[in-house]
Design a protein around this ligand. Structure first.
Ligand code: BTN
Length: 252
């Protein structure tokens, strides 16, 4: 069944919510909207994306009728170096929304993955365009199966909860949670977000992990986040390295 966009608009009547049955990517549409003068707080929502973008230039599987694909346009007064903290902020919001809407517990994997039972169910992508933040969120909601052979096995809220979920409710909770965590970031500062993320994520502290950054593979134990939101890794030599990008997975 197509998304009942009027249910979401009725919950947030003052919010510009732009709905597209099919689009290349909500990130690309957000960029076009900013150039056309779109205002702070607007949300681009698509039923299906033909060129959904993931982190590190990967594609994001964006099948119609089953997923949540959206981008928030936000004029947050934060410097460019705060982007890592923004990714964590939106991860926290997405986990909270999923937990409230579907009643399943989430883990957060630095920097941008939302996991349920060790499988990926949502991802965050933050971009800046002319100092405006575009925060893209993709959530697998009602998929009954997902492509095999993904870097991280994927799942959906339906698979994990054992029942279909309301995509409208997921979006309603998501907008509420995004507003709440952005307020927290602006009013209490990045350190509050870093603390909240560290509490919510099983990956941030004392976790044996493998980190792949391009051709480089590193192993070690996670040792928290630095003040900018980057991950700290204690190598077996005892040296602590800062991880700026790359994929984190548990050591087998
Ligand atoms: C990732 O985990 O790699 C990030 C995935 C982000 C996907 C979302 S879906 C909505 C928005 N539009 C896109 O093209 N990408 C983001």
């Amino acid at each position: 069944m197509p998304l009942q966009i009027e249910e979401i608009r009725a919950t947030y009547p003052l919010r510009p919510i732009h709905y597209f049955p099919i689009i290349d990517s909500t990130m690309a549409e957000a960029t076009r909207s900013i150039e056309a003068g779109e205002s702070d707080g607007a949300i681009i929502i698509a039923e299906e994306q033909t060129a959904g973008i993931g982190r590190l230039g990967r594609a994001w599987h964006s099948e119609a009728d089953v997923g949540t694909y959206c981008s928030f346009i936000l004029n947050l007064p934060v410097p460019a170096e705060t982007i890592p903290v923004l990714t964590l902020t939106f991860g926290l919001a997405t986990a909270e929304a999923i937990e409230k809407a579907a009643g399943v517990s989430c883990d957060l994997r630095w920097p941008n993955d939302v996991l349920i039972n060790h499988k990926k169910t949502a991802g965050i992508l933050i971009q800046l365009h002319n100092h405006t933040v575009i925060a893209g969120i993709g959530i697998n909601v009602n998929h009954t199966s997902l492509p095999e052979g993904l870097r991280t096995p994927a799942t959906s809220l339906r698979i994990e909860s054992g029942q279909p979920q309301s995509r409208e409710q997921v979006l309603i909770e998501l907008i509420r949670a995004v507003d709440g965590f952005c307020k927290m970031l602006l009013e209490q500062g990045p350190s509050t977000i870093l603390t909240a993320f560290s509490r919510k994520s099983s990956f941030v502290m004392n976790r044996r992990v493998v980190i792949e950054e391009g051709p480089t593979v590193q192993r070690g134990t996670t040792a928290g986040l630095d003040s900018r939101g980057f991950l700290l890794l204690r190598e077996d030599s005892g040296a602590v390295k800062t991880i700026y990008a790359g994929g984190v997975r548990p050591e087998e």
